[in-house]
Design a protein around this ligand. Structure first.
Ligand code: SF4
Ligand code: SF4
Length: 155
């Protein structure tokens, strides 16, 4: 990992990825958050598929100093970002966000994140936009923020 200080990079960025509506995750991941004693800001949007109840697209567990309030039990999709999967034409593909961390992440870390996120259920990838309870107004905010986080396909 060299001298890469992920926390410093992400703090400087201002946690842009936590302001995209929060994450989508499984029942097991949701239960880990609740069993760890955190308040319940989660909603099941279909079987074994949950999302955070965000406000203005900001994850409810994001601290004021832009650190994660549930770090040790944050969902897989959070752990693996800036690597994220998409399904295009029925095929799973992996993308790397060109956020401050994505631009400097070593190849070995990208490969490891890709391997980890490959376990993310296809069902969640397919449904996460279609089933979301995020309001249209908040989606407008999220779309604007996404402009800073353009992604490139990982080969
Ligand atoms: S992973 Fe990227 S978008 Fe998220 S906080 Fe770190 S630098 Fe910012
Ligand atoms: S759970 Fe933590 S890492 Fe994930 S979106 Fe929320 S604040 Fe960010």
């Amino acid at each position: 990992m060299g001298d890469l200080n992920i926390l410093a990079v992400c703090t400087k960025c201002g946690a842009k990825c936590c302001k995209l509506g929060g994450s989508n995750f499984s029942t097991k991941e949701r239960n880990a958050i609740i069993h760890a004693g955190y308040p319940d800001y989660t909603k099941e949007i279909s079987t074994n598929h949950w999302e955070f109840i965000s406000k203005k697209g900001i994850c409810p567990y994001l601290n004021k100093n832009n650190s994660c309030g549930i770090y040790e039990v944050r969902p897989l999709a959070c752990k693996c970002f800036p690597v994220h999967p998409e399904i295009k034409n029925g095929k799973k593909e992996y993308y790397l966000s060109q956020c401050p961390l994505g631009k400097i992440l070593p190849k070995e870390m990208i490969s490891q994140m890709k391997k980890d996120i490959s376990k993310y259920p296809d069902k969640i990838i397919k449904e996460r936009l279609e089933k979301s309870n995020i309001s249209k107004e908040d989606f407008v905010l999220i779309k604007k923020r996404l402009k800073d986080l353009k992604s490139i396909k990982i080969k």
